[in-house]
Design a protein around this ligand. Structure first.
Ligand SMILES: Cc1cc2nc3c(=O)[nH]c(=O)nc-3n(C[C@H](O)[C@H](O)[C@H](O)COP(=O)(O)OP(=O)(O)OC[C@H]3O[C@@H](n4cnc5c(N)ncnc54)[C@H](O)[C@@H]3O)c2cc1C
Length: 436
């Protein structure tokens, strides 16, 4: 048995490390232990450096809304250059590149397809007053943006990503991350832009983004900066929580807790707490990420590209080499991340899929005679959770029940939600205030 009345944090990702910092700032000298199942901290916000390439577990770019949080992190990243970049993202649609978001750039489609989308979105905007609200994400898309925009981009792209039928998902499944646009936005955006004004100026939530030269893991290092040595214990999974005895169990010890803050996926937390729940409610996709390093540059004017075409295996490709300049003296080479979505439970044939990715990159003229000189892959499972009416209700019920035992479920997977790392920090800061 270790001590009495510890604050036990499960998971050393952004949420767990964020909470450990906020708690210690409010309770100096508090007994806080962060238990992490993996051999190193960071969760999904990790970076791998290989053969001169710097890659994240998947492209992680940052859009801070709260200047206080960004300044707090940057103060703990001494000597780390953080680049601010005006986003250039496009959609590869039938051989041409349309600016993102698709719905605001339909005027870049072939003329007849543009007219079809415009007519559909116009009549979608004139639906009868008093109509019942849409029942699903898929229905919301057609009602707000019309059949054309939905069928050409929103449905095929999002079904490749989520690996599920969009009619299963809650209307608000993407929250603020969905770029809404009405007819006025769409038509207003058809005005010619002044030279040099890219698509990044369209008011999207991520029109600019920041990225540290050392990769996303720099934010994890920032969160480790103030924590006393020994706070984080890696390679120590929590295998059970005894709610009655108020003890956390790991293969090494039992720890009596005053409170637990867990960033483990919510259904896993419910299971280790022995709390009845419906696991079928918590469906999600998994994402296989390939990081690929080539011998020389490829396309230059893009940071990431979306692929709605169902015959292309990936749904998105990003270019690290167009975001960060090469290290001094290093060759300027193409450095890509490539994302493939699949339902949870699917088994990837990683070697066959890598070859398929290379074939599809060639088909889309992203590589020609380029040589692959380094590669890495990782599976994120869960990656995008399926937010449904049932998952929202079960999440709220379980979180409230567990909070009654001073066990708080936080983070992207603890809250079974769609969010950014900044949201993780804002949420855990608010929790530290609330339960202090
Ligand atoms: C494909 C993809 C792209 C993304 N891109 C961006 C982006 O560009 N910008 C951005 O801001 N956000 C992005 N995100 C979101 C971001 O990754 C998450 O918000 C953030 O990493 C979640 O942190 P977390 O601590 O909540 O969860 P996690 O990172 O999942 O951390 C949870 C930790 O808990 C540990 N754990 C689980 N169970 C146990 C247990 N029983 N015992 C001990 N430890 C346990 C895990 O090993 C893990 O380390 C992206 C996410 C995905 C999937």
């Amino acid at each position: 048995m270790t001590g009495a009345g510890a604050t036990v944090v499960i998971g050393a990702g952004m949420s767990g490390l964020g909470f450990a910092n906020w708690w210690r700032a409010r309770h100096p000298g508090a007994d806080v232990v962060v238990l992490e199942a993996e051999a190193e901290p960071g969760g999904y916000c990790r970076t791998v450096a290989r053969d001169g390439f710097v890659w994240d577990y998947s492209g992680h770019f940052f859009h801070f809304k709260d200047p206080e949080i960004e300044a707090w992190l940057r103060a703990r990243m001494p000597g780390q250059a953080v680049h601010t970049v005006v986003k250039r993202s496009t959609i590869r649609y039938a051989g041409r590149d349309i600016d993102f978001p698709f719905q605001k750039h339909i005027h870049q489609l072939p003329h007849d397809e543009f007219l079809a989308c415009l007519v559909d979105v116009f009549f979608a905007s004139r639906r009868p007053a008093g109509e019942a609200p849409p029942r699903s994400f898929g229905e919301m898309l057609v009602r707000r943006l019309g059949q054309g925009i939905t069928d050409k981009f929103l449905r095929p792209y999002n079904e490749k990503l989520y690996a599920t039928d969009l009619d299963r998902l809650d209307v608000d499944a993407m929250g603020r991350f969905f770029p809404h646009a009405d007819v006025a936005d769409i038509i207003g955006n058809m005005r010619p832009r002044p030279p040099g004004a890219g698509a990044g100026a369209d008011g999207a939530y991520n029109a600019t983004f920041t990225y540290p030269a050392g990769g996303a893991v720099q934010y994890v290092h920032a969160l480790l900066h103030d924590l006393p040595a020994g706070t984080v214990s890696c390679g120590e999974p929590v295998t059970a929580i005894d709610l009655a005895a108020r003890e956390v169990v790991t293969p090494r010890r039992r720890i009596r807790f005053d409170r637990v803050v867990s960033s483990a996926p919510l259904p896993a937390l419910a299971r280790i707490c022995g709390v009845a729940h419906d696991p079928a409610v918590f469906s999600s996709n998994q994402v296989l990420v390939y990081n690929l390093g080539f011998d020389r540059k490829g396309p230059r004017d893009v940071h990431w590209m979306y692929f709605p075409d169902r015959s292309i295996v990936f749904y998105r490709v990003g270019w690290y080499d167009n975001i960060l300049p090469p290290a001094p003296g290093a060759a300027d080479r193409m450095s890509l991340y490539v994302e493939i979505g699949a339902p949870h439970g699917h088994t990837f044939d990683v070697d066959a899929l890598r070859q398929r990715v290379l074939d599809d990159l060639r088909r889309e003229a992203i590589i020609t005679d380029h040589q692959l000189v380094a590669d890495h892959h990782v599976v994120l499972d869960p990656a995008y959770v399926h937010i449904t009416a049932a998952s929202l209700a079960e999440t709220a019920r379980l979180k409230a029940q567990l909070a009654g035992h001073d066990v708080h479920s936080v983070g992207r997977y603890g809250g079974w939600t769609y969010c950014s790392i900044e949201d993780n920090l804002i949420e855990t800061r608010a929790l530290a205030d609330e339960i202090s």
